[in-house]
Unconditional design. Structure first.
Length: 276
């Protein structure tokens, strides 16, 4: 079984310090959390950014500032900006994160509209998916195809792949527990639904985090952990850092016989060019 890539989603756009005081907002806090995850074994940092008051932003300058600062502490990490942003942002606003220098190696591409609870709807129309895929391809950025249910896999293949906008092998991220349930059956169904040769990462939100992580490791996939998806190390125990959660994923991998991929090994697995 190939080595395990651990992705750390260090802050997201929705969670707050009221929920867990360690959630990072400032540049310094974001760097602290990225470094804690990197030092614990994460090869990839999935990055949202905030203003100092916690407001999510896709501002190009803020992304540039955070990426530059992270790079000083985590020199070979894969830094993957989110193009998801937050509910209510425009397409052009969301794509600012891919305009930084140097051009990111990877970025997310959300493959469908999703209900986020209450009246919040994260909108990704067919046109949005097609446009994002086209722009990422033009910029030489490998998309991580974020899917929240099986229908989004079909939509990505129908809307973008059939038009030649996706370069194989594809890389998927299954985000379970938002729209689709987060059971092992659901995870297996998703894995069986992607094209042969694809790589995949999975994450379970909240209480589903560790069962999905364990199943993913055992099934040969890659794992995403971090404050964006889950604030707890175990039931009733808040994680003190993203590094603590990465360390737990490393422990699970050791129990299940998976070695941890370095950033260089992760680039090879994902089909990215070696870091210059």
């Amino acid at each position: 079984m190939e080595k395990l890539i651990i992705s750390a989603c260090i802050c997201g756009a929705e969670v707050t310090k009221e929920q867990n005081p360690a959630v990072p907002y400032t540049v310094e806090e974001i760097v602290r959390e990225a470094k804690s995850a990197y030092d614990a074994g994460a090869a990839l940092i999935h990055l949202h950014v905030r203003w100092d008051d916690g407001t999510p932003t896709q501002d190009k300058g803020r992304f540039q500032e955070c990426v530059d600062a992270i790079r000083k502490e985590c020199p070979d990490a894969i830094i993957q900006p989110s193009t998801g942003g937050a509910v209510g942002m425009t397409d052009l606003e969301r794509l600012q994160s891919t305009e930084i220098v140097p051009t990111p190696e990877m970025a997310t591409l959300d493959c469908g509209t999703c209900n986020f609870g209450g009246d919040e709807v994260f909108t990704n129309t067919n046109t949005t998916i097609e446009n994002f895929a086209k722009i990422l391809k033009e910029r030489g950025i490998k998309p991580e195809l974020e899917v929240f249910d099986k229908g989004m896999i079909d939509l990505a293949l129908r809307v973008a792949d059939k038009k030649g906008l996706l370069v194989h092998p594809l890389h998927w991220d299954f985000v379970l527990g938002v729209q689709m349930n987060a059971t092992i059956r659901d995870l297996a169904f998703m894995v069986d639904s992607i094209p042969a040769g694809s790589t995949w990462t999975a994450t379970g939100l909240g209480k589903n985090a560790w069962s999905i992580a364990a199943a993913t490791i055992a099934m040969g996939g890659h794992v995403r952990v971090g404050f964006e998806d889950n604030l707890y190390l175990e039931k009733g125990v808040l994680a003190k850092s993203n590094g603590e959660m990465v360390a737990k994923a490393v422990s699970l991998a050791k129990i299940l016989g998976r070695e941890i991929a370095t950033p260089a090994e992760a680039r090879e697995i994902l089909g990215l060019a070696p870091l210059k």
